[in-house]
Design a protein around this ligand. Structure first.
Ligand code: 13P
Ligand code: SF4
Length: 312
């Protein structure tokens, strides 16, 4: 989009935000221009915490469905709108609530920890919610002799088993973006840039994580590139995050980790990337599509979420 056109739509969005008394929350995987106009930008934990503190009438959530659902669970009395209702999540979809209930029934003595990337129905079946930035803290809060079910991301689950030494029953879901990075192509890139530090999101496979000098949430990865003495980074997560890295660590070089398939841009999340400035303007104008859910479900999903948020 040209600077002029972006400028016009930025002004329209700003005017609509004032008129509707709205706040725009955006995840780091959004397009650069959406990140630039957001009032709050963050990882899943920061966005849930921001949603908890909102004092506006309307929340526009530029992220994916489970994130907007979380905002609604925490703000039942406010209007939550999304730019595109089709912006789902492969990981959340890999764990249908019905199947998850059957899985849980097989392990009735287990405490259920669910990664925030899941539906409200699965949250409602959980004892704890966690994100990639507080998963370790959540696991550590559960008594050592208590068996745990971890859902729905098996890569994050395996990483946590290695980190905490705890045995956990894993739901075998994956994120289509983080699961497709190529170990061979990453190592080839490292050979071309031996000075580069490999950093990775814990949703990546173990084959990728074992080469990483640092593993963390999107916020953790941004902080790492600021703090590390390295000047070049191979970034194994959705490349939307590189926009903030370039702003917070100017002068450093960021190389997006390549997927297996050289011909696709499948390291970009197809759900996150459904959102556009135009759709943000339109949903602010019409206050549609809205996030709605039955009060009973909202209440049940809120308990494990608030338990997580109470950890700080
Ligand atoms: P975080 O931003 O919490 O690290 O999560 C990444 C992600 O996959 C969001 O969909
Ligand atoms: Fe879901 Fe993966 Fe996209 Fe995150 S990056 S929203 S986990 S599909």
């Amino acid at each position: 989009m040209s600077k002029h056109v972006a400028g016009d739509i930025f002004e329209e969005i700003e005017a609509l935000k004032k008129e509707k008394n709205a706040i725009l929350l955006a995840h780091y995987y959004q397009e650069d221009d959406i990140q630039d106009i957001a009032d709050v930008i963050g990882d899943s934990l920061a966005l849930a915490q921001a949603a908890q503190k909102v004092d506006k009438d309307v929340i526009v959530f530029a992220g994916v469905h489970f994130m907007a659902e979380t905002a609604k669970i925490l703000n039942p009395e406010r209007t939550v709108v999304v730019p595109d209702l089709e912006a789902g999540c492969s990981l959340a979809d890999s764990c249908p609530a019905e199947d998850f209930r059957a899985f849980k029934a097989k392990h009735p003595d287990h405490v259920v920890v669910s990664y925030i990337n899941c539906s409200a129905e699965v949250k409602a079946e959980s004892d704890w919610i966690c994100t990639s930035s507080n998963a370790r803290r959540v696991i550590d809060a559960i008594p050592a002799d208590t068996p745990i079910i971890f859902a729905p991301d098996q890569n994050l689950g395996r990483y946590l088993i290695r980190e905490t030494g705890r045995e956990m029953k894993l739901w075998e879901g994956v994120c289509i973006v983080h699961d497709i990075f190529s170990e061979q192509r990453i190592l080839q890139l490292k050979e071309e840039h031996p000075e580069a530090e490999i950093i990775a999101h814990p949703e990546c496979q173990e084959a990728i994580l074992r080469h990483a000098a640092f593993v963390g949430s999107t916020t953790g990865l941004i902080k790492r590139v600021v703090d590390s003495p390295a000047k070049t980074f191979i970034v194994a997560t959705e490349p939307g995050v590189i926009h903030q890295m370039e702003q917070q660590a100017p002068g450093k070089t960021f190389l997006a980790a390549p997927p297996e398939d050289e011909t696709c841009s499948c390291n970009k999340c197809p759900f996150m990337r459904l959102n556009t400035l135009e759709k943000i303007r339109d949903c602010l104008q019409s206050l549609e599509p809205r996030l709605e859910m039955p009060a009973g479900l909202r209440e049940r999903a809120k308990r494990p979420l608030e338990r997580m948020l109470s950890l700080g």
